[in-house]
Ligand binder design. Structure first.
Ligand code: 2BA
Length: 122
């Protein structure tokens, strides 16, 4: 072993990767921290809207997984957003595009859940 392990847990943990709207992120982090969860915030960008959103990494014991998901569900709201999407100008042959607005419903949260093989602090 080439490194000193301060803490190691094997199995029985999940990693929640939650993509949420920036507007909800501050309150969500506070609520999760108040409930004793560890949180890492990443500033991310949605591929479709090309605007900022927030991705949170939350490592939780299996026993506390439902509690963490309940906090995310409580805080994160769905909102309508206007996306400006380029569309070909009709009759154009030269690849000329004009932006037009479309309405999309974003969130509450997009959540990926992964089983954690090992959790190590060193
Ligand atoms: P965006 O990619 O910016 O997408 C924002 C919203 O635009 C989506 O909300 C959805 O309502 C709409 N949208 C996305 N792709 C679309 C398409 N091809 N046609 C029409 N409308 C589309 P959410 O579904 O709530 O997703 C919010 C954010 O979560 C996404 O931001 C993206 O950053 C992330 N996300 C969603 N699904 C994902 C996936 N399968 N993998 C990775 N990230 C994902």
């Amino acid at each position: 072993m080439k490194y000193k392990i301060l803490k190691k847990e094997v199995g029985f943990m999940k990693l929640i990767i939650a993509i949420v709207q920036d507007e909800d992120s501050s309150r969500l982090i506070s609520n999760l921290m108040n409930e004793g969860f560890g949180v890492t915030k990443l500033a991310t960008t949605g591929g479709f809207l090309r605007s900022g959103n927030t991705t949170l990494l939350v490592g939780v014991d299996d026993a506390k997984f439902d509690a963490a998901m309940a906090v995310i569900e409580k805080v994160c709201k769905s909102r309508k957003q206007i996306a400006t999407t380029p569309s070909p100008i009709s009759g154009s042959t030269g690849g000329v595009y004009a932006p037009y607005p479309i309405e999309v419903m974003v969130g509450g949260a997009t959540v990926f859940v992964l089983n954690v093989e090992q959790f190590i602090k060193m």
